[in-house]
Design a protein around this ligand. Structure first.
Ligand SMILES: Cc1cc2nc3c(=O)[nH]c(=O)nc-3n(C[C@H](O)[C@H](O)[C@H](O)COP(=O)(O)OP(=O)(O)OC[C@H]3O[C@@H](n4cnc5c(N)ncnc54)[C@H](O)[C@@H]3O)c2cc1C
Ligand code: SF4
Length: 545
């Protein structure tokens, strides 16, 4: 069967804050100047918001610019940020530290980013954007000159064996004069564009964190509407970057999450178990005791900052939001920068497409707009904070204080990053970590957690976690690193199983549990795992993460 094709002026891959902001801005400009401009957004989640996982406390600067009357239009920003607390935890104590200025949230809102994205989607549709949820962009299409010509969605109905089943439907080609990639952190197509157009040749490698989050409904006596708490310290050692967030939002809900920098060294570490253990701290446990866990999920974050931002444009396309690494790490915020880069991309594309005929084009004025914007100056100022933690927690806190209060981000030097996968040490060189068993009250196991992420994949499809070399999981990962994928995957996708006699180990991949966090694609020590999109609409179905 032949693939059908559809033609648009602009195709946007990913219906997150950056992709939808680009779509809205394009249609606003088209309507204001009474020009024809067709815009389509494709989203791999079963609906908009289904794959969105964030904290989230958001800054409204970009939203104010995009939709100034967002309040009147019913945007789900209902909880103004209140009291900000920054705690250092030891095993049994919590010491309040001065809140770093980047973490001052006065004027911000605590939201479910999934719900904000659903609302942005409704605004986009009202303006005439065509949104196709449940379709994963599986392949970048190129024209004869090598320029990006659009994307193709994956075929549906391919069996585990790679052969078409009775439900086979070929993918669709979505062709465009400009394709905007808004896939979020570690985009699977963006990765291929990095290679094809050598986009990272002048920047640092990207460095990442994994964020694991739960949404709870807590005892009203424990709920403090608008309160924002961040912690560092226990249960992580001082060499491992990370910490927690607790945001008290509406309906007695608390969003609690734990972020671990993926440059950690001890292969025995499990970010999932660190998170579960964190909730048992004497200062934290009472918040959740007697409460109900509503949802669970995980997602990687780009932590490299401005040093790791690649070249943003190439013939036929461009990168916006987290897929290009526009997250401000000291703030743990990327929504405002994702939205603003989406808007700037739209403005640059609009200027070109309405003057020139045909396409595809390389719209390099977008890069110039970004460099002239508050996004660039904000990320420039904070660029040395994350890498200063390479020397440990206390050195990082001390340097960050000097950088923020005295140098004000204007230091004449820029620290660099190293790849996360090479930071992993050998199992024999690091102590095993004895994690406590989950108590089923405030701490849980992986499988019951994945259950409440509503994750679902068609079972009869090829595994979307591709091993470049089938032998490496045993000869390298198990032999040298004690199979770290069993611990860094927050969904229990990777399991070393043996026969009844405990012999003949092999790696079993439970791909149907995958939360699309992308950690395995980042942290596998020899980069042997390649995450590609499964059939469209597969993955988590987060209600309001
Ligand atoms: C744990 C955690 C806490 C955070 N806390 C905050 C916070 O408090 N405040 C804040 O401002 N930011 C926070 N962030 C960062 C914020 O969530 C991101 O910066 C923001 O979501 C980036 O928007 P985006 O549109 O670039 O990407 P995303 O929000 O990741 O959206 C990308 C979308 O593209 C879709 N997609 C990806 N690939 C494809 C494909 N090939 N085909 C079709 N669809 C595809 C995905 O399903 C997804 O819906 C946090 C992030 C995490 C992980
Ligand atoms: S398989 Fe990879 S992408 Fe999926 S949940 Fe596990 S670590 Fe994340």
């Amino acid at each position: 069967m032949e693939r059908e094709s559809m033609e648009f002026d602009v195709v946007i891959v990913g219906g997150g804050p950056s992709g939808l902001s680009a779509a809205i801005r394009l249609r606003q400009l088209a309507l204001a100047s009474e020009r024809e401009l067709t815009v389509c957004v494709i989203e791999k989640g079963s609906e908009l918001g289904a794959h969105i996982l964030s904290g989230a406390v958001i800054e409204t600067g970009a939203l104010d610019e995009l939709i100034p009357d967002w309040k009147a239009k019913g945007a789900p920003l209902n909880t103004p940020a209140g009291d900000d607390r920054f705690l250092f935890l030891t095993k049994d104590k919590a010491v309040r530290l001065m809140t770093p200025p980047q973490m001052n949230n006065h004027g911000n809102y605590i939201v479910s980013l999934g719900n904000v994205v659903r609302w942005l989607g409704a605004q986009a549709e009202e303006l005439g954007v065509e949104i196709f949820p449940g379709f994963a962009a599986a392949e970048v299409l190129y024209d004869e000159s090598g320029a990006v010509r659009g994307v193709a969605t994956g075929d549906m109905g391919i069996g585990k064996d790679g052969e078409p089943t009775g439900n086979y439907t070929p993918g669709v080609e979505l062709l465009a004069r400009q394709t905007i990639f808004a896939e979020g952190c570690r985009g699977s197509l963006t990765k291929t564009l990095f290679e094809r157009f050598d986009l990272c040749k002048d920047c640092d490698v990207q460095t990442y964190g994994i964020g694991i989050k739960e949404l709870w409904e807590v005892d009203p006596a424990q709920h403090k509407l608008g309160q924002i708490v961040h912690t560092v310290g226990w249960p992580l050692d001082t060499k491992t970057y990370g910490g927690s967030f607790l945001y008290h939002l509406e309906n007695n809900q608390v969003a609690v999450g734990f972020v671990v920098g993926l440059d950690y060294a001890n292969p025995h570490l499990s970010p999932f178990e660190e998170f579960q253990r964190f909730k048992t701290h004497p200062a934290i446990r009472p918040i959740f005791e007697g409460g109900r866990r509503i949802s669970y999920g995980a997602r990687a974050l780009s932590e490299g900052g401005i040093q790791s931002v690649p070249k943003l444009t190439f013939p036929g396309g461009m990168l916006v939001g987290d897929t290009a690494g526009f997250l401000n790490v000291p703030k743990i915020k990327g929504t405002h920068t994702a939205m603003k880069t989406g808007m700037m991309a739209a403005e640059a594309v609009f200027e070109v497409l309405t003057v020139e005929e045909g396409g595809p084009f390389e719209v390099d004025s977008y890069s110039a707009k970004v460099k002239d914007s508050w996004v660039w100056s904000e990320l420039y100022q904070s660029r040395n904070v994350r890498p200063s933690f390479h020397k440990g927690l206390w050195a990082g806190i001390a340097y960050s204080a000097i950088d923020t209060y005295i140098l004000r981000g204007r230091a004449p030097w820029t620290f660099h990053h190293h790849p996360d996968h090479t930071a992993l040490g050998k199992a024999a060189d690091y102590p095993k970590i004895d994690y406590p068993k989950p108590d089923g009250k405030v701490s849980f196991d992986r499988l019951s957690s994945v259950f409440i992420s509503n994750t679902n994949h068609e079972e009869n499809q090829p595994i979307h976690l591709k091993l470049k070399d089938e032998g490496v999981p045993l000869t390298v990962n198990l032999a040298l690193y004690d199979a770290p994928e069993q611990r860094y995957c927050p969904a229990g996708v990777y399991e070393i199983v043996t026969d009844d006699a405990g012999q003949s180990p092999r790696l079993q991949i439970n791909a149907q549990n995958c939360l699309h966090c992308k950690t395995c694609d980042i942290k596998d020590p020899t980069q042997n795992i390649n995450w590609v999109v499964p059939e469209g609409s597969g993955g988590p179905n987060y209600p309001n993460m």
